[in-house]
Write a protein that binds this ligand. Structure first.
Ligand code: DHB
Length: 388
């Protein structure tokens, strides 16, 4: 080889390795969320929580600069999948995260598998999601965790006959099945199972049906943001006056919109993994910092799923020291155990799903504001959907 050619070759090699180095020196997280459309509050909460985590923990992990790339999928599965593909191929993200609804996570699962990219589910909560790809880790919760806990509480508290009322898609099906099976096992009755459309639901005809059946309670699940409409129509149809109790998963009394629901929400008992009012020092600090950074916005369970998801990603990047790619990151995500604003939390290495406490909470007014006040705890609840 001539000297000149050799020098050119060396220069090109140096430039290439520099380019690779520059790229490698970034740790990119692709955060895909519904930022517009009916589920925009989920995106807003999670993005705010991810940015708070970064503000508190810096943007350097394992010697690399963290870059958060946030994209809006408007809650449409095809869009989520396309964005994920672009993020993996063009942006070369190390991790995919977000996933505001079950269909969005399921549509994207094959991208995670094919590209060996860890996918952190921060919101969606259908049990089966983690089985859709071995690269999926979940930091939100599962509906069976909340529904089984609610059925047990109901059986011990005078609710023998309950009708279920759920959104007609994945998490609603889980809520219905696990609540019903458990209530029946406990000797209760479920005379009807009602399903409302996921988008723009009109609860009135379903609530009328509940009124006619006259059960002790109606057990409800609706996705984050939809609880206010349910609560309003529950009161308008006079179900409370007819002596029918409203119980449900904590999605119904979502902290984000609870204050706007008014006194009809007072006394409603739900089960969930997170309340803004969770009485721990860590949560008080989290709520204070989040509220301050977001013009008074209260963090809800979506925010906590996002905040904890960032923790899992940061700690995995640190532990794998930025080498070994997606497989090393995934391995370092499994088995993480830490204190979250929700309380103690654990990523089960076998199922890649979250194990955490379920709290029984009642809506109460404190200092003129409505809160989900926790009054009982079921510790270290694994996803009942996987305990087969
Ligand atoms: C899902 C979405 C929600 O907003 C929620 O509160 C629970 C579950 C979901 O689509 O999985």
């Amino acid at each position: 080889m001539q000297k000149r050619t050799l020098i050119t070759a060396l220069t090109v090699a140096a430039l290439c390795s520099h380019a690779v180095f520059a790229q490698d020196n970034k740790f990119k997280i692709g955060l895909i969320l519904p930022m517009t459309g009916p589920f925009a509050s989920t995106g807003k909460q999670i993005e705010a929580a991810a940015r708070l985590y970064m503000a508190q923990n810096g943007d350097k992990v394992a010697g690399r600069t963290v870059e958060l790339i946030v994209k809006d999928d408007a809650g449409t599965p095809d869009t989520t999948k396309r964005i994920a593909q672009e993020m993996v191929v063009n942006d070369k993200v190390q991790v995919l995260a977000g996933f505001g609804l079950t269909p969005l996570a399921l549509a994207t699962a094959p991208i995670a598998t094919q590209s060996k990219t860890p996918l952190v589910v921060m919101a969606a909560a259908t049990s089966s999601i983690t089985e859709a790809s071995p690269y999926i880790i979940r930091t939100s919760f599962t509906l069976p965790q909340a529904a089984v806990s609610m059925a047990d509480w109901a059986s011990k508290n005078g609710i023998k006959k309950a009708v279920t009322l759920v959104s007609d898609y994945g998490p609603g099906m889980d809520a219905e099945k696990y609540f019903k099976d458990r209530l029946l096992l406990n000797g209760g009755q479920v005379p009807d199972t009602l399903r409302v459309p996921m988008r723009n639901p009109d609860f009135a005809p379903f609530l009328q049906k509940v009124r006619d059946i006259k059960p002790d309670a109606v057990f409800a699940f609706v996705p984050s943001g939809a609880g206010a409409a349910l609560m309003k129509q529950f009161a308008e149809r006079g179900l409370d006056k007819a002596g029918i109790r409203l119980i449900g998963t904590g999605d119904v009394t979502d902290d984000d919109i609870l204050n706007g629901m008014g006194d009809v929400a007072v006394g409603v008992v739900t089960t969930h993994h997170y309340s803004t009012a969770h009485p721990s020092a860590l949560n008080k600090k989290f709520v204070e910092a989040f509220t301050k950074a977001n013009a008074g916005l209260r963090p809800n369970f979506m925010a906590v799923g996002g905040y904890d998801g960032m923790r899992v990603i940061y700690e995995a990047a640190k532990a794998s020291k930025g080498v070994g790619g997606g497989d090393a990151l995934l391995a370092a995500m499994k088995g993480q155990i830490f204190e979250s604003p929700r309380g103690p939390m654990f990523i089960d290495a076998q199922t890649r799903d979250v194990v955490h406490n379920m709290y029984i909470r009642k809506v109460e007014k404190q200092n003129g504001q409505l809160y989900n006040i926790e009054f009982d705890t079921i510790q270290d609840v694994k996803d009942p959907g996987k305990a087969k």
